[in-house]
Design a protein around this ligand. Structure first.
Ligand code: WT7
Length: 648
């Protein structure tokens, strides 16, 4: 990026210091940064002691063959034992592990003792199906307790799981089953979404018809909808698991034993199977969940709204919270079923104290209006988290004010499927928060911003986000493709992990994420971040959501085209474009003014909530759309295209 980037023009002066009561009782204090900086490896060795090892590791990091890391390599542990049994052994068997809330309103409570029995039965069932340590198991499920049980049962027997998001097509599922060479698939007849049963089994049937190595399909009955059945291959969960013994002796595996493969959808190329292993991964998810959310397992009720099909669900629904003995909510459905207050109703019902969600959901709630959360008692909340994309300052402030009663710290957590755990985030009892910035690398993490030539940029400048030291929960490789691991992450800058995100350091050295490098626009020789223009647009009272793209332009190289969703009462009128252009010009400078502004009803998003700017760019350039299969709703693009006066 050129140094004359606009990256510093968006001035965000608001500061939110930690509330005194949070600071006074915080799990992690400022002292941790100094300790971790003084001896990073000793710091992580200390965090590894949060876990129960059958063989305590003596070695911390083996970096003799970079970038292929081994953490705690001579240690041995069982991940499921750490997430379940040890809490029961510590006398906490009656503590609630999971408050399950089904979309139709059915509920189920699982204590740690009950979770242990379920996981043991499922582990015995997997063994009875011939699943051995090292075999891969694909999981294609709705958000129900059996999904968590299935993941932990795999971990218990040492069979790496590959969870495929239940919204993905048969095609996507088949590709992932094939790449991991999974032998067993765990699924359900369906799950509830938007008030209706949503079938899963047909996609599995289709995928498995193309993947002959799959021996068995284990099917949870959730909705009771009719399913096709292949005798000898398909098995009901209740017939196969429920009758098994609830005793199962966990076996210890080496710390580097593969725990799971998770495919990143990426916008181009074949999906990458990100490989995570056991000891280092569990150490860092447990530590970060304790530090960033300030978890007090005796009293907190934690809720992460992500789907277990994403890494957020793996690390912060399953492994981190359960390793820490947390009590958590698991919700099956959508936020607006049967009404737009469903989430807030759940917070009130269970007394949720820590909420972790995504900016896209926060902006959607903003759009629905403040009166909806206002109908519920949200006073139990004490920490709010955000993840998945940069959070615009307006959305951040709305989240804190409207959901957090202007009292709760907001932690904006930057990380990736590849990093396995949170890397950059404020600490709720330490950091004076800045809306829109993830701010500081966590203790034990080395992150910085570099220019094109790999030089660290001075404060006040922008460039590329890199991680300069290995970390315990780092991906170990791309499944079956070491070369692609090297090429994708380790070849852009020598000895540093390239995250693919643009970032800037402000005058205090705090880090602001600016979106994927592919999303940066080049206008008349200036690098302009999509995130900053979007934040400027969303700070206008009429705008609820915005997506901007750089479309080819004969005079300026690229021209900024903005797609905006207006707030409830705002109308599209002739003056809107000029009003928003002027507003962005004032916030960021004239060069950042969008050339065109289009009001639309929806934006194209992937199923994990990321805006697909590539599609919008094609619309703005009158090009063929290309692959739309990862969109949540493909009709969105027809609506957007219909808005545009097409050049012939
Ligand atoms: C990409 C990783 C990490 C779990 C969910 C996404 C973007 C994520 C933030 C944040 C700015 C963020 C980055 C990153 N991202 N969190 N707090 N601020 N950007 O996992 O699907 O692997 O996506 O999400 O662009 O590289 P993922």
């Amino acid at each position: 990026m050129s140094s004359e980037s606009l990256a510093n023009l968006l001035k965000e002066e608001r500061r939110f210091p930690p509330p005194a009561e949070v600071a006074a009782a915080a799990n992690v204090t400022a002292e941790s940064y100094a300790r971790a900086t003084a001896d990073r490896l000793a710091f992580w060795a200390e965090q590894a002691r949060r876990l129960t090892w059958s063989t305590t590791p003596q070695e911390t990091l083996d970096w003799s063959n970079p970038p292929f890391a081994k953490w705690f390599a001579d240690g041995e542990l069982n991940v499921a034992y750490n997430c379940v049994d040890r809490h029961v052994e510590a006398g906490l068997g009656d503590r609630v592990a999971i408050h399950f809330e089904g979309e139709p309103g059915d509920t189920r409570t699982l204590t740690y003792a009950e979770l242990q029995q379920e996981v043991c039965k499922a582990a015995n069932a997997l063994t009875s199906l011939g699943v051995e340590a090292g075999d891969r198991v694909a999981i294609y499920m709705p958000m129900i307790p059996e999904t968590v049980v299935a993941m932990l049962a795999c971990a218990r027997v040492g069979a790496p799981h590959s969870v495929v998001f239940g919204g993905f097509s048969a095609d996507a599922l088949a590709t992932r089953i094939e790449d991991a060479d999974a032998r067993v698939v765990i699924t359900a007849d369906g799950g509830y979404r938007r008030g209706k049963p949503n079938a899963l089994k047909p996609a599995v049937d289709e995928a498995v018809s193309r993947t002959p190595n799959v021996r068995n399909v284990l099917v949870v009955r959730r909705t009771g909808q009719p399913v096709d059945w292949t005798e000898g291959r398909d098995l009901w969960w209740h017939e196969t698991v429920d009758g098994q013994s609830a005793e199962h002796t966990p076996r210890a595996f080496p710390a580097e034993h593969p725990l799971f493969i998770l495919y990143t959808s990426g916008t181009t190329g074949k999906p990458k199977g990100i490989l995570h292993t056991s000891g280092g991964y569990l150490t860092q998810v447990a530590y970060t969940h304790h530090a960033v959310f300030d978890l007090k397992p005796e009293t907190d009720v934690y809720w992460c709204t992500a789907d277990v099909g994403w890494v957020t669900g793996h690390s912060y629904i399953v492994y981190g919270p359960l390793a820490n003995g947390a009590t958590e909510v698991l919700y099956e459905g959508t936020p607006d079923t049967p009404h737009q207050g469903r989430w807030w109703e759940i917070v009130q019902k269970y007394g949720v104290t820590i909420l972790y969600t995504a900016p896209t959901a926060i902006r959607t709630c903003m759009k629905w209006g403040d009166d909806i959360p206002a109908r519920f008692d949200l006073s139990s909340l004490r920490i709010l988290g955000s993840v998945g994309e940069p959070i615009n300052p307006e959305a951040w402030v709305w989240y804190r004010r409207t959901i957090g009663a202007d009292r709760t710290p907001v932690v904006d957590t930057w990380w990736q499927t590849e990093t396995g755990a949170i890397m950059i985030s404020p600490l709720p009892g330490v950091t004076a928060a800045k809306p829109g910035s993830a701010q500081v690398p966590l203790p034990g993490i080395a992150a910085t911003v570099v220019d094109e030539e790999a030089n660290e940029v001075p404060n006040g400048s922008g460039g590329y986000l890199v991680l300069s030291e290995p970390w315990p929960s780092m991906l170990r490789t791309i499944w079956g493709d070491d070369q692609r691991y090297l090429d994708t992450y380790w070849s852009r800058f020598e000895n540093r992990y390239f995250a693919g995100d643009g970032a800037k350091k402000d005058e205090d050295g705090d880090i602001w994420l600016l979106g994927r490098v592919d999303d940066v626009m080049l206008v008349s020789g200036h690098n302009i971040s999509t995130t900053e223009v979007e934040s400027a647009l969303v700070s206008h009272p009429k705008v609820a959501e915005a997506a901007v793209v750089g479309a080819a332009d004969p005079t300026t190289g690229q021209a900024i085209v903005a797609f905006v969703i207006l707030r409830g009462s705002a109308a599209e009128d002739d003056g809107l474009t000029e009003e928003l252009r002027a507003h962005v010009g004032q916030a960021l400078g004239p060069i950042a003014k969008p050339k065109r502004v289009l009001a639309v009803a929806e934006l194209p998003k992937t199923r994990s909530g990321k805006i697909m700017r590539r599609l919008l760019r094609n619309v703005a350039e009158n090009k063929e759309l290309g692959d739309v299969t990862t969109l949540t709703d493909t009709t969105v693009m027809d609506l957007i295209q219909a808005k545009l006066p097409h050049a012939s």
